[in-house]
Design a protein around this ligand. Structure first.
Ligand code: PEP
Ligand code: MN
Length: 261
């Protein structure tokens, strides 16, 4: 019997989206912790590393982040490994400081309608055009999200990425409900690329790969994924963070359906 002739395998990376991944620990905890994740990210040929320096914690007694020390760690590691760095700015008073250390500034869900912060970030990035990753609030409407982009781009920085990160619904089986439909809706209504943070809606690491693949299938331009060398010991969001080994497997799986940077 002659062997069935198989069609050549298409280069799915060329057919599908090119996906940028913003991976890294929830919080920067130490030089060693950050470097371990950064080296994994760099070995995988990815371009960006994320990490929390100023953390928006629900409880003031929880770990608040290393602040400027974390920014220093991010900058030195990013330069050493040739990675771009992304961190959240929580307070208008920190905009210049954060801008001076990193390549991308994140607006967190809890600051979704902090208009003075949005305006200040727009001003601070007016000349540098550094990326602003603007997360949807967990009770935020898409209309409100798009309207508020004008605070960010008012001074001329159009380098904005809109990040869906899950919304509050009645469902408690996941930490937040990932609104996957937001991806095509934003593509229809806005020119800005769409990121899906798959870690915060999941709340549990075993759900992260499925949400990541769903986001790619829905047309996301980028993914945010939390990675920690030792998640049970993490100072924030331990249950949802992948180990570097788990992250590597996920990136390899995603590379079967898209080009991943
Ligand atoms: C984060 O990305 O570190 C974070 C705090 O996310 P969010 O603002 O979506 O809760
Ligand atoms: Mn987190």
């Amino acid at each position: 019997m002659s062997e069935a002739k198989l069609a050549p395998i298409p280069d799915l990376g060329q057919l599908g989206n090119t996906i940028t991944i913003y991976a890294g620990p929830c919080s920067v905890e130490s030089q060693e912790q950050f470097d371990e994740v950064a080296e994994c990210v760099s070995d995988l040929g990815l371009r960006w590393i994320r990490g929390g320096a100023f953390k928006p914690r629900t409880n003031p007694h929880s770990f608040q982040g290393l602040g400027e020390d974390a920014l220093k760690i991010m900058k030195s590691t990013g330069e050493r490994l040739g990675l771009l760095t992304l961190t959240e700015v929580m307070d208008s008073a920190h905009c210049e400081l954060v801008h001076s250390y990193v390549d991308g500034l994140q607006v967190g869900a809890r600051n979704f309608q902090n208009f003075s912060l949005l305006k200040k970030i727009g001003q601070v990035t007016a000349e540098s055009h550094k990326m602003v990753l603007y997360k949807r609030g967990f009770a935020g409407l898409i209309d409100e999200w798009l309207a508020a982009c004008d605070y960010l781009n008012d001074c001329g920085n159009e380098n904005i990425v809109l990040c869906e990160r899950g919304i509050r619904t009645f469902e408690k089986a996941t930490r937040f409900t990932l609104d996957i439909a937001a991806v095509p809706v934003i593509h229809k209504l806005s020119v800005y690329p769409v990121c899906v943070d798959v870690s915060h809606p999941a709340g549990q690491r075993d759900l992260v790969p499925s949400l990541a693949k769903a986001a790619v299938a829905a047309g996301a331009d980028s993914l945010m994924i939390e990675v920690h060398p030792n998640p049970p010991a993490a100072l924030s969001d331990g249950p949802q963070q992948l180990t570097p080994a788990q992250f590597r497997v996920l990136v390899e799986e995603l590379r079967e359906i898209a080009a991943v940077l």
